[in-house]
Design a protein around this ligand. Structure first.
Ligand code: V47
Ligand code: SF4
Length: 361
């Protein structure tokens, strides 16, 4: 297959591809041809810009009622290494970096049955107070469902309470792979794909933008991947609330799932097909912490436009053996983006210009 193949021509012409056409591309197009088409889409949207964010990750607890087979981060309450931050410790952790111009605080944790509803509200309020200008992107749909079930509340109620306490956006975690069969094998206790989608739809209706993910490179097939992308695209057609899609490269260490993780070519094919299929989701992230920095750099040539951020203490992938740094400095991020041949563009969680730079040319 080459650039004159009808499906590639359709993409170059700015037209939408169907799920079957996406699978046809996967069967017949080389990684180079996919990359060529996806690069065409990303440059039409952003030219040579590549986005990044000055962010801080906060994982407030690793105690989790679920036991997803791919997860090496979670612990049982009484297990060695289990931790839960008090609100004072959350405050301390956010204050410890107050001298840095952080634009985004990314907060996620396990499903710790001992944490009360007020803990979540207080955490948001404390972070908001210390960082009035930063965007708070917090709690996956899995955490929202857990609290809604535990307290008999609607998703609307939990999300609007959180928004009034400081929440700006939801991260994309917990989507895994929507296929019910696979979910049963990988994470049987987790909310269904449909509930994950319902919670994001509710957030979008409340004007809370969200990200979305796919965990790939384990036991799923290309059919599972494309079905997942189509479900995200359908919801986005309805609501327009997704900001960014992140294909999360499965990290194979220290967990139950005996799978290898994606190789380099698989990673680039996944990035490219995401850009091609998700024609209505503005941004595609090459998440350096899981892919490796070198692959993320090249991912910008295969359809990605975002490099994520400084992070500082990435815990989830590292628990599963990720061999990337736990964080990067702003200078490192800019150098990596520039040396890939792109122009670094500092953003916030909404992909608006960093508040630190607004008003400057
Ligand atoms: O929800 C768990 C996944 C997610 C493994 O929204 C694993 O901007 C790979 O969602 N190998 C958390 N993945 C990470 C996440 C994320 C990261 C960066 C930015 C954003 C965003 C979201 O990591 C979990 C789960 O899907 N995960 N274990 C593993 N072994
Ligand atoms: Fe818990 Fe999330 Fe890990 Fe699943 S992926 S065990 S829900 S922390």
């Amino acid at each position: 297959m080459n650039s004159s193949f009808p499906v590639i021509l359709k993409i170059l012409d700015g037209k939408r591809v169907s799920g079957n056409e996406a699978l046809e591309l996967i069967d017949h197009a080389s990684v180079h041809d996919l990359g060529h088409a996806a690069y065409n889409v990303r440059t039409r949207l952003y030219g040579k810009k590549a986005f990044f964010v000055y962010n801080q990750h906060l994982n407030f607890t690793n105690v989790c009622a679920n036991a997803c087979r791919f997860c090496a981060f979670s612990k049982r309450q009484d297990e060695k290494g289990a931790y839960t931050l008090s609100i004072d410790q959350v405050e301390e952790s956010i204050k410890s970096r107050l001298d840095e111009p952080i634009d985004e605080i990314h907060i996620v944790g396990g499903l710790n049955p001992e944490l009360e509803y007020d803990y979540y509200l207080n955490m948001l309020k404390v972070v908001r107070k210390i960082r009035p200008q930063s965007r708070i992107k917090a709690f996956t749909a899995v955490e929202i469902a857990f609290l809604a079930d535990k307290y008999g509340l609607s998703y609307e109620k939990v999300l609007s309470d959180f928004a009034s306490s400081g929440l700006d956006a939801l991260p994309g975690g917990g989507a895994e792979v929507f296929s019910p069969n696979l979910r049963q094998k990988l994470c049987p206790e987790k909310v269904s794909g449909q509930r994950w989608l319902d919670i994001h739809e509710t957030a979008h209706k409340l004007s809370i933008p969200t990200n979305c993910t796919l965990l790939f490179g384990h036991v799923e097939t290309w059919e599972d991947r494309i079905e997942h992308l189509m479900a995200l695209r359908d919801l986005q057609d309805k609501t327009g609330g997704f900001l960014c899609f992140i294909p999360l490269a499965y990290q194979p260490g220290h967990n139950d799932l005996k799978a290898a993780g994606p190789d380099g070519v698989d990673f680039f094919r996944m990035i490219a097909i995401s850009r091609i299929v998700l024609d209505n989701i503005p941004h595609i992230k090459a998440y350096w912490a899981f892919s490796g920095i070198k692959a993320a750099q090249l991912g910008l040539w295969y359809g990605a436009d975002d490099f994520d951020g400084t992070i500082v203490d990435e815990k989830i992938g590292h628990a599963a053996g990720a061999d990337t740094p736990k964080g990067l400095t702003m200078d490192q991020l800019k150098v990596y983006i520039k040396s890939s041949g792109f122009e670094p563009e500092q953003r916030d969680s909404f992909f608006q210009r960093s508040v630190q730079l607004r008003g400057r040319s």
